[in-house]
Design a protein around this ligand. Structure first.
Ligand code: UDP
Length: 244
């Protein structure tokens, strides 16, 4: 239940954190943040902070999971106990198991798994601070970490959640908007191919609102895609003074 008097959109049309309805939270992205992973990335969107680590392609244990014609993808989405307001149990919850599955399915359609038969690619997503949008930040961190590991993909994945709060569609919802809003729709895409790899909807939208929400998400996704490319360029094509 929304606390009485809580306004998610004020008289000026601004949101609880001062953003306009179509504004993303401040973004930080960095590639190659962990020295012991084959690929890694950090993504921050407002107060949501996520790290992803990728290992592989490598030999599978246990062996019976091996597939003769493609790599298997194993994905773990996990929230650390100190990531939420109330301490979260470190044991995997049903929600984390579900999110690990939907993120794996999204990434499976992006990676050229057929190039690496009889191997595994392991993706670990750790949410270190949660303020909604952790699955979308997690998918982006994973896609950057996969690129950092040199794993061929059809495209990067950029993702954002659109919400409906006080009857208004808003981009990139925070926890308060997620908790007290009317709808939450996370979307992940391969932006340059225009393909959706994940779409979930919690709550109710009319058909018209759904179409508008999709457009709003696409706008945000194109911006996030830019940030992703910048983060990769920063690690891989930045010209260092000593190279000039
Ligand atoms: N959340 C929490 N504890 C939990 C699960 C979720 O505090 O056990 C918060 C957290 O901030 C999370 C938000 O609720 O980001 C929204 O969760 P949701 O399941 O919608 O996933 P997300 O938006 O993070 O992808």
């Amino acid at each position: 239940m929304k606390p009485e008097g809580l306004k998610l959109i004020n008289e000026e049309g601004l949101r609880v954190d001062g953003r306009k309805p179509d504004e993303l939270r401040p973004v930080v992205m960095e590639v190659g943040v962990l020295k012991n992973a084959d690929g890694s990335a950090y993504v921050q969107q407002g107060n949501t902070k996520v790290i992803a680590a990728v290992y592989g392609p490598r030999e599978i244990h246990p062996k019976h999971l091996t597939l003769p014609d493609r790599a298997i993808l194993r994905t773990r989405y996990h929230m650390v106990p100190y990531s939420t307001d109330e301490r979260k149990s470190p044991a995997p919850t049903r929600r984390e198991i579900e999110l690990s599955k939907v993120i794996r399915e999204a990434l499976e359609s992006v990676i050229f798994v057929e190039l690496y038969p009889r191997t595994t690619i392991d993706v670990f997503i750790e949410v270190i601070q949660a303020d909604a949008g952790t699955r979308t930040a997690g998918i982006m961190a994973a896609s950057l970490a996969l690129a950092d590991a040199g794993i061929p993909m059809r495209d990067l994945v950029a993702a954002v959640a659109v919400g409906k709060v006080d009857g208004q569609l808003v981009l990139d919802i925070n926890q308060l908007e997620d908790e007290y809003g009317e709808a939450d729709m996370p979307i992940a895409m391969m932006p340059s191919l225009g393909k959706i790899v994940l779409l979930q909807l919690n709550g109710v939208l009319t058909e018209e609102e759904f179409k508008q929400a999709l457009q709003l998400a696409k706008k945000g996704i194109m911006k996030l895609y830019e940030y992703e490319q910048q983060a990769l360029r920063k690690k891989y094509v930045e010209i260092k003074p000593e190279e000039v």
